[in-house]
Design a binder for this molecule. Structure first.
Ligand SMILES: *Cc1c(COP(=O)(O)O)cnc(C)c1O
Length: 409
């Protein structure tokens, strides 16, 4: 089927070995990209190359392998600095993922928050963006306030404005909801929060696969993502933090690499970024993540965005032809994530039937129970696209879905 964008999807699909495999005798159709993206061969090759050619611990050795590994690891940091337009490379911290990054920042605020200070989160958050703050509040006596959503799944900005006051110290919002795909007005949120001197952390795990992020333009204090959602390997997170904030908050983990001087009386911390990278990091993963970001930039995030938007519009209109089908998260500002239910049919039953036909979808609450509570549903079926998906795959999915509905009603 023709597409009028700059994406040559047939060529791109050749980069992803997994797209050739069969599931239950059918060609795999992978519509679970919001949970994790597939991995192009260049990224897989870079991991193999690391272990085949220069596997070595970084920063410590004077020998050649260690130098090569260190150069590649630090080179990856510079790639992410440029990609996110951060002022300094040491403002990029490598962690094990979004969850780790959020916990790192939340832990850092333990020293800063006082009893009755306030933290604002949104009703759209992933559990990994709720639980760390709850733990923080239990320890500090600070309180959580929640920005409500409307029936379209959009944050109500006027309610956010009402929650802000002199006690607000931190605002945590995801850039894009993983359960609904709705894009939040983060620039407006950041600007408003800064009027009250509150720090803002944006969970960008769902945004970075689809769009270019400019942390300097956003003036955001912390921005986090996981590279397994942007064609990289699992186990690597990127945390951008403004220099002044990273200097203000204490380290999360103690250990090797994060210290300057150690005696049993007291240790002094290393400077940025080492202060936050205790122990041996996921070296091959960080290097491969740099290759992944090069790969995405080679295709161009604007091209990716345009192509995926086309898939989103196509799938949305096809789905809406189905009787009793309801889409959750209706907004002009959306990425290629569609959450829906059909009548009273349990999402799990549909997910299982389409899986038999080789189609990977996600069913359940998507780690975002507060959203499901708002809509009074146990969960949804979620399909999420990447730039290697096609309209043909959507057609096959719609057929499979209709078959499942027939069987279940
Ligand atoms: C995937 C995701 C997370 C969690 O990421 P991990 O890699 O599992 O730590 C957090 N927030 C959002 C919005 C996500 O999509």
């Amino acid at each position: 089927m023709k597409n009028n964008t700059n994406i040559n999807v047939e060529e791109i699909r050749k980069d992803f070995p997994i797209l050739k495999r069969k599931v239950n005798g059918q060609n795999l159709i992978y519509f679970d990209n919001a949970a994790t993206s597939q991995t192009p061969k260049v990224v897989i090759d870079s991991i193999v190359s690391y272990y085949s050619n220069y596997n070595s611990n970084i920063h410590r050795g004077v020998h050649a392998l260690s130098q090569e590994a260190t150069d590649a690891y630090e080179g990856s940091r510079v790639k992410f600095q440029k990609h996110f337009n951060a002022k300094n490379s040491f403002e990029i911290i490598f962690t094990s993922g979004t969850t780790h990054s959020i916990n790192l920042v939340a832990n850092g605020f333990k020293k800063i928050l006082k009893r009755d200070d306030e933290i604002i989160v949104s009703q759209l958050e992933h559990h990994s963006n709720i639980v760390p703050w709850q733990m923080l509040c239990e320890e500090t006596g600070a309180k959580i306030k929640v920005i409500p959503i409307d029936h379209n799944g959009e944050l109500i900005f006027s309610e956010f404005e009402k929650l802000l006051n002199a006690k607000t110290k931190v605002v945590f919002v995801n850039h894009i909801s993983n359960a609904l795909g709705v894009i939040n007005p983060i620039k407006k949120i950041i600007t408003k929060a800064h009027e009250y001197n509150a720090a803002v952390l944006i969970d960008g795990a769902q945004a970075t696969p689809h769009m270019k992020i400019d942390v300097s333009e956003l003036d955001v204090d912390f921005y986090v993502t996981s590279t397994h959602k942007i064609c990289g390997p699992t186990g690597v997170g990127v945390l951008y933090g403004k220099e002044e904030w990273l200097n203000k908050i204490p380290p999360f983990l103690g250990g090797g690499e994060m210290i300057d001087k150690v005696t049993f009386e007291k240790s002094t911390y290393a400077g940025l970024p080492n202060k936050f990278e205790a122990g041996t990091p996921n070296i091959s993963g960080v290097i491969a993540s740099g290759v992944a970001i090069d790969y995405l930039n080679g295709i161009g995030l604007d091209n990716i965005n345009e192509y995926e938007k086309d898939l989103l519009d196509y799938a949305t209109s096809k789905l809406l032809e189905i009787k009793d089908l309801k889409i959750y998260g209706v907004s002009e500002e959306k990425t290629a994530v569609i959450s829906f239910n059909v009548g009273q049919i349990h999402p799990y039953d549909i997910g299982s039937i389409v899986d038999k036909l080789g189609i990977a979808t996600r069913t359940g609450h998507h780690c975002a129970q507060p959203i499901m509570d708002y809509f009074k549903i146990p969960g949804t079926i979620r399909i999420s696209f990447s730039f290697y998906n096609t309209k043909e795959e959507i057609d096959i999915f719609i057929k499979a879905l209709n078959k499942a509905i027939l069987m279940l009603s």
